[in-house]
Design a protein around this ligand. Structure first.
Ligand code: ADP
Ligand code: MG
Length: 457
């Protein structure tokens, strides 16, 4: 049996699989596996049955489609379970399988528009919550009124791991369910740029353009990769316009607001003409609901107390939230251990510490930026001074903590040496002022982007 190696002509197959699954999912589930390929059979060697079940139910069809597309072969997949000592470590360290490198391989495409969708990302398994409700509704509205000016383009933005990719695929899957003949294409901004460069090199810009311009719906993920690269941004603009003018639907995702993308004026104003919606971090109830749903989908016995423990510890990123659950389940199923809070605590120690640090940075960043803006000292945030020149910035900082961090009101209270009712009062005061005064609202927006800039460093 051939063992696949880097540089193999199958590398583009794995590149495609990684793109569709997303890097984190790929790293989590496929990188720790070993692959062999003989005849038309792909053999996947995995640490345990749980792993096999997951790949079989969620990713096998994507693997098969990628093989079909790049090799023309309708493969079968067989599994071998080979226990490894510590699957968690293996997940972290990554064992060798063909690393996806861009090499030319004969491309045999069955359909001119393989939509490239992951059908495990659907509306029905996306947990709706106050933090994503608008994005979720807007995504559904797009499907029901494809290409309608009001919803075109739809731009969804958020920090990583909050469901943008999930929603983009859900839109595509739903469109195809209603109309299997629809020409839908999912791709990342990065792929768009590299395909465009390739088309330029091969002098095939015309067919590149044609391909995009005949779509009914373009789902482009992570457009921050297109921004700022003059030539591809220009090409994107033309593609965008051609689709937009002929009433085709465009859905984009980004890791920042359209304003922050630094796009050319003409493109930026087009993006702003549709719906722009942010997905915020989910609250505790939502995080618990997401974990319960994942637990039920993998059918593994894990108590609500452990679920709550993980949901409380991991607040900023749903991908890490579910990654932690899978890590625990995988460890426990391999070692025959019952998942309890102490086991979770030990197994997830690194990720929990990282998360604590991330949250800690936030409050400090808020105090730092607000302090600088209003020229008050860090100590003033916790002091008892009541003069307006100190009290008002302090209230603004309290408000920003309720908006930008996942801390509870009592937790924010502790950061300011106050009780939670003071925080509620501050939050409401500042909110009212934002509503009533557009200049103040603009000032707050500026402070927020400064905080985000500090926080990223
Ligand atoms: P992003 O593209 O914003 O980085 P993803 O869409 O890749 O995030 O989401 C990361 C993971 O979290 C995915 O597995 C996705 O299914 C899951 N996820 C995110 N939000 C939700 C949600 N509201 N309900 C269910 N799963 C979610
Ligand atoms: Mg994504």
């Amino acid at each position: 049996m051939d063992t696949l190696s880097t540089g193999d002509t199958l590398a583009p197959v794995f590149t495609e699989i990684e793109t569709i699954l997303g890097k984190d999912t790929y790293d989590m589930w496929l990188r720790p596996a070993s692959f062999g390929f003989e005849g038309q059979t792909l053999t996947i060697q995995l640490p345990n049955q749980f792993w096999q079940k997951t790949i079989q139910s969620r990713y096998e069809h994507i693997i098969k489609d990628a093989f079909l597309k790049h090799t023309g072969l309708e493969i079968t997949v067989s599994y071998i379970i080979k226990e490894i000592k510590d699957p968690v470590q293996t997940v972290l360290q990554s064992t060798p399988i063909p690393s996806p490198v861009q090499t030319a391989a004969p491309v045999i495409q069955k359909s001119p528009f393989p939509a490239r969708l992951n059908d495990s990302y659907r509306f029905d398994n996306f947990i709706e919550s106050p933090s994503n409700r608008f994005a979720y509704k807007a995504a559904q509205a797009v499907v029901n009124k494809l290409g309608n000016r009001e919803n075109n383009p739809l731009v969804i933005y958020s920090t990583p791991g909050l469901g943008k990719t999930h929603l983009l695929h859900a839109i595509g899957n739903q469109i195809l369910q209603q109309n299997p003949a629809a020409r839908v294409l999912y791709m990342s901004g990065e792929e768009f740029v590299s395909e465009y460069i390739e088309a330029l090199q091969n002098k095939s810009s015309e067919s590149f353009r044609k391909k995009y311009r005949s779509l009914d719906c373009l789902l482009m993920d992570d457009i921050q990769f297109v921004a700022g690269k003059a030539a591809s941004e220009g090409e994107f603009f033309y593609t965008f316009n051609a689709l937009f003018e002929s009433g085709r639907q465009i859905v984009l995702s980004s890791d920042r607001t359209p304003h922050e993308l630094g796009l050319e004026e003409r493109l930026s104003s087009r993006l702003l003409s549709g719906i722009i919606t942010e997905i915020k971090k989910p609250n505790l109830e939502t995080r618990i609901a997401i974990l319960r749903q994942k637990r039920d989908s993998i059918n593994f016995d894990i108590g609500d107390d452990v679920i709550s423990f993980i949901a409380e510890g991991i607040q900023t990123n749903v991908r890490e939230l579910e990654g932690s659950l899978f890590r625990l389940v995988s460890y426990c199923s391999t070692h025959g251990v019952i998942p309890t809070i102490p086991v979770a605590k030990e197994l997830l120690a690194d990720i929990l510490t990282q998360e604590e640090q991330r949250l800690a940075v936030n409050v400090n960043a808020i105090k730092k930026v607000v302090g600088k803006h209003f020229k008050i000292d860090m100590d003033d945030f916790t002091s008892k001074r009541k003069t307006q020149s100190v009290a008002w910035p302090r209230q603004i900082a309290m408000f920003l903590c309720t908006e930008l961090t996942d801390l509870s009101l009592p937790e924010i209270g502790r950061e300011f040496n106050r009780d939670h009712s003071t925080i509620v009062h501050a939050r409401d005061l500042v909110k009212e002022k934002i509503k009533a005064d557009p200049f103040f609202s603009a000032e707050i927006n500026q402070i927020i982007s400064d905080i985000k800039a500090v926080d990223k460093k």
